[in-house]
Design a protein around this ligand. Structure first.
Ligand SMILES: CC(C)(COP(=O)(O)OP(=O)(O)OC[C@H]1O[C@@H](n2cnc3c(N)ncnc32)[C@H](O)[C@@H]1OP(=O)(O)O)[C@@H](O)C(=O)NCCC(=O)NCCS
Length: 153
């Protein structure tokens, strides 16, 4: 069945819902604690995009423009029962589009080496594995840095 959803800007009223969704998507220690989420949302170059379906938050994506014209994806979270319907792709592409408009020629992100589905998703969207970062998610828990030209493959 096709999922109908629309994208909009993140608003302060979404804060509790996105913290909760982040907790559903990531285990304790990986999900952002509320103070850290607030800090990330306060970054001056932050872009926050919400996907909404029938007045429910189906997913969200946060990114920011780092120095030297790099766009960085902080997190991308899609509600489990809304996956494989294009929500993640739409959220990521819209966030990258905004960062690109703000001057980010490339987009970089980190993902847990164990998160095979997310790695497959990012590769499908044209991201390449750039390097392994030992201990990024904890002891014996490496991350992979992935990147893409913001304009797409
Ligand atoms: C990774 C994630 C964001 C993908 O969101 P999504 O809305 O399901 O993705 P889409 O429907 O837009 O998928 C686009 C394409 O990516 C690929 N893809 C998506 N999920 C995949 C999976 N589990 N396994 C393999 N390929 C996958 C497919 O090619 C898919 O196209 P298709 O459905 O037509 O085959 C979502 O699974 C999620 O929120 N996971 C938990 C949090 C997380 O890991 N976030 C990313 C790390 S920061």
């Amino acid at each position: 069945m096709t999922l109908l959803f629309s994208l909009r800007d993140y608003a302060d009223r979404d804060f509790d819902a996105i913290v909760e969704l982040d907790r559903e998507c990531f285990e304790p220690g990986i999900a952002y604690p509320p103070p850290e989420m607030r800090r990330l949302l306060s970054l001056v170059t932050r872009e926050g995009v919400i996907a909404e379906s029938a007045e429910t938050i189906a997913g969200f994506c946060l990114g920011y423009r780092a120095p030297r014209g790099t766009g960085r994806i902080i997190t991308l979270d899609v509600r489990a029962d809304h996956r494989r319907s294009g929500v993640g792709r739409s959220l990521l592409e819209e966030t990258i589009r905004r960062l690109r408009e703000a001057g980010a020629g490339e987009t970089v992100l980190e993902v847990d080496l164990r998160n095979a589905s997310a790695i497959a998703f990012y590769e499908r969207l044209g991201f390449h594995r750039r390097r392994t970062i030992p201990g990024y998610y904890g002891p014996d828990r490496p991350g992979i840095e992935m990147s893409r030209e913001s304009a797409g493959p």
